[in-house]
Write a protein that binds this ligand. Structure first.
Ligand code: ATP
Ligand code: MG
Length: 451
């Protein structure tokens, strides 16, 4: 792994050159080196240097410099509109609270800076003229797809409990294994996650859920997930005793997660959609049943998402999808139009994608036909979108003011009439045409003596 060459984008090269010209060492470091080495496009480029923060600022006087992380040695320099984080080599002090160092000390040693980083694959530095600096053999671990702590895993997790979840996140996103010693410490020290803020856990868990290997990682480390979301534990191993299901509730859940597009709302909805099942289980001669489980899942999802301090937009959408995930789909165009008119086009599409993932994770015997039916629903929806079919008040050929002008009395009657018109258009009993809709309004008015 010594032959490769990384070409950082021009603004990053400028940053390295500036620091070098002033007599400092400077390297790209961390995630960008990892990603470039495995042939993926880095999404940001961080630099590390022996220049102290004030010296960094001095090198970039003619650029926009953001000094937000100055006490920790981090300065953000904007070059050609690209923000580049430049951090002074540092050693972290004692971690009394298991989440952040009480102090940081600047150092002249790049190796010391790399040693404070979490995993070997994240602890490599690179300079176009000096090549790879890899004292912890991250390149070897990258080659064999392995997440391994730098140093003793037990100590590293003691310092910062979030690393427990970061190990799982990188294993999921990169589809890597976790080295056995690191994995054992992940499990053993999961309680340290209780010291970590909800927002940081949410960030890591969301990335983990959207990773390629989310199903495998959450199977291998289920107990760690339950340490942060105890609401999910009753699903574990819960036998559904139902011919529609080959898997226990937890396994089915993870397969649903994996079958959803890797997008936070969908993957969270998939994770939470069946959480209510173990609480409503009943059994008769036909097998196990989970009547009203969606409503209980919503209550549990509310608690789980609140505990994660998840943002309002994701909270609302995930709950909506969990609530409606079990809607019986007859698959008619009218039904799909009705769903869109109730929850909007984007949510309807997510609901159908979740539905498809859900059936993908059910019993093998009906899987193919159910997936085909789900695909058909998605095609119907796409055609409706393409045709700009009328499914909302906004798209209706008449507006509230048209109705007022036509003599509908001000107040609730306007809204009621608009909804009645929309229903009629969706049911197909009326075309979405201004004249026809106004004629209907007139007719109704004549009947009630309003108009
Ligand atoms: P990505 O940005 O793709 O999520 P990344 O590796 O850049 O991955 P960041 O969270 O942006 O991850 O962190 C940048 C680097 O800082 C990491 O590569 C690692 O070297 C170091 N790092 C980040 N968080 C920690 C931590 N909690 N403990 C130790 N080192 C960390
Ligand atoms: Mg990063």
């Amino acid at each position: 792994m010594t032959q490769f060459h990384i070409t950082p984008p021009a603004p990053v090269q400028t940053a390295l050159d500036r620091l070098n010209a002033a007599g400092f060492e400077a390297f790209v470091v961390g995630g960008c080196v990892r990603d470039a080495l495995r042939g993926a496009e880095p999404h940001d480029w961080d630099c590390t240097t022996n220049a102290k923060p004030q010296q960094i600022c001095g090198c970039f006087r003619d650029f926009h410099v953001i000094e937000t992380g100055l006490q920790h040695g981090t300065v953000t320099v904007v070059i050609d509109r690209m923000p580049i984080e430049i951090t002074t080599y540092r050693i972290d002090g004692v971690y009394a609270d298991h989440r952040r160092p009480d102090s940081v000390t600047f150092t002249d040693s790049l190796t010391d800076d790399l040693a404070r980083r979490d995993f070997t694959v994240n602890a490599m530095a690179y300079h176009p003229a000096r090549g790879l600096i890899d004292p912890f053999h991250g390149a070897d671990d990258l080659q064999c797809s392995m997440i391994r702590c730098v140093g003793n895993p037990q100590d590293r997790f003691e310092e910062d409990g979030l690393r427990i979840l970061r190990a799982m996140r990188f294993a999921s996103v990169l589809d890597f294994a976790v080295d056995p010693q690191t994995a054992a410490a992940v499990r053993r020290q999961k309680a340290l996650l209780h010291h970590i803020s909800a927002e940081r856990i949410d960030t890591e868990l969301t990335k983990l859920l959207c990773g390629k290997a989310a199903e495998r990682v959450l199977t291998e480390f289920a107990e760690v997930l339950f340490a942060v979301l105890p609401e999910l534990e009753p699903m574990y191993g819960f036998d559904q005793r139902n011919p529609h299901h080959d898997y226990d509730v937890y396994t089915h859940t993870l397969k649903t997660v994996a079958a959803c597009p890797p997008e936070p709302v969908l993957r969270w909805a998939a994770l939470l959609h069946d959480t209510g099942k173990p609480h409503v289980f009943t059994e008769d001669e036909r097998g196990g049943h989970f009547y009203r489980h969606a409503a209980v899942s919503v209550e549990i999802a509310e608690r789980a998402l609140k505990a994660m301090k998840c943002d309002r937009k994701r909270y609302d959408r995930v709950l909506l999808l969990v609530e409606k995930h079990d809607l019986v789909m007859n698959g008619t165009e009218k039904q799909i139009k009705r769903i869109v008119s109730q929850i909007g086009m984007d949510a309807a599409e997510q609901l159908l994608l979740l539905h498809k993932a859900d059936v993908t994770a059910q019993a093998a015997c009906h899987r193919a036909e159910r997936i085909a039916e789900s695909d058909r629903l998605l095609t119907v929806l796409a055609a409706l979108r393409e045709a700009d079919a009328c499914m909302s008040l906004k798209q209706l050929a008449v507006s509230g003011s048209d109705l007022l002008a036509a003599g509908v009395p001000e107040g609730r009657a306007v809204g009621t009439m608009l909804h009645r018109l929309l229903d009629a258009v969706i049911e197909g009993s009326m075309p979405n045409e201004r004249d026809a809709l106004l004629a209907y309004v007139q007719e109704q008015g004549d009947q009630t003596g309003n108009a």
